[in-house]
Design a protein. Structure first.
Length: 324
């Protein structure tokens, strides 16, 4: 009997030693609706990792701010409350100006220009994230940003006193400089903010207006192409360090695919959602010349302010972009 027990214990030990590393499950908080292209892309990325590691690393996405609200996600991953997450980086420009490199008004107005800027800025952003205990994996741009309002607007004077929903320092600053009254609201709370009159205007992509069905409250979307901000996906540095090489290779491969796929999804979603706004009854079109001229003057002020804060690193990125 003693011998049998010993034998069983030895077999169990041997079997354990032969098993691969313990399977791990990572929760991935996302701020935007499950049907939004960023969230769909992240779900595909999560599946790619889960399948590619044979279930050794399972990633489970939690859209709509259901696990952590948008403005909590970066801190949650930094501190290891979640191992991985996605966040709109420009919402953290107040922490480090480099996080707002994608929100310098009117520096880039199209996907191609934006990708050119990002190819220069990406290493600096990754370094800033590393400094925040975050390992950068991939990022995807939102479509160009336009102005949503509940009335026709021909000049900045028409915006005075309008209650404005902001999602970043840049959107809030633009509101201030146009005489609007900014209040920070996550996309997940946007419909409610509009329905209760907390906000009556905002700057965003056609995508977010479409996701949140804003035609129920708002009448106009002016395409001003102010900038294209990015969502970034990052991993807690300690969690990343804990992965073996084979797992890291799978995650990196899936991330590279997600970055390319997400860019295409963003482009495809642009026209689809602008058409959706029109079908919802909104007037969608380019802003008039007078309004554009005034917004660009405000943009120039904001660009100077950003360059001042971002110092040599920021200036070098913008100068390199302009010289390309
Ligand atoms: N949608 C997000 C950020 C940029 C965008 O297009 C939002 O409005 O919160």
């Amino acid at each position: 009997m003693r011998t049998l027990t010993h034998l069983m214990a030895a077999t169990a030990l041997g079997a354990t030693a032969a098993l691969p590393a313990m399977a791990d499950k990572w929760d991935m908080p996302l701020a935007y609706a499950a049907s939004n292209f960023h969230s769909e892309n992240a779900a595909e990325f999560a599946k790619c990792v889960t399948d590619g590691t044979g279930g050794n690393l399972e990633i489970v996405t939690h859209p709509s701010g259901s696990l952590f609200a948008g403005n909590e996600i970066k801190r949650a991953v930094q501190t290891g409350q979640a191992n991985i997450g996605e966040r709109l980086l420009s919402a953290h420009q107040n922490e480090k100006p480099i996080y707002g490199v994608d929100s310098i008004p009117f520096l880039v107005s199209s996907f191609d220009e934006h990708e050119k800027l990002w190819s220069i800025a990406e290493p600096a952003v990754a370094r800033a994230l590393a400094d925040d205990n975050l390992h950068y994996l991939y990022s995807v741009p939102w479509p160009p940003q336009g102005l949503y309002v509940n009335k026709p607007v021909e000049s900045v004077a028409d915006l005075k006193g309008v209650k404005f929903r902001s999602y970043s320092t840049a959107t809030a600053r633009m509101a201030e400089l146009t005489g609007m009254l900014p209040v920070q609201v996550e996309a997940a709370e946007l419909s409610q903010a509009l329905a209760t009159g907390v906000a009556e205007s905002f700057i965003s992509s056609g995508a977010t207006g479409y996701d949140r069905k804003v035609w129920e409250q708002l009448s106009h979307f002016y395409e001003v192409d102010a900038w294209l901000p990015r969502n970034a996906v990052f991993v807690n540095q300690d969690a990343w360090n804990g992965l073996d090489d084979a797992t890291r290779t799978v995650v990196e491969g899936c991330a590279e695919e997600a970055q390319a796929r997400g860019l295409q999804m963003s482009k495809d979603y642009t026209d689809f959602t602008l058409n959706g706004l029109k079908e919802g009854g909104m007037k969608v079109g380019r802003a008039g010349e007078a309004l554009m001229k005034e917004l660009k003057a405000i943009g120039a002020t904001m660009t100077d302010e950003w360059l001042e804060k971002a110092g040599d690193e920021g200036r070098a990125i913008v100068e390199k972009y302009k010289s390309m």
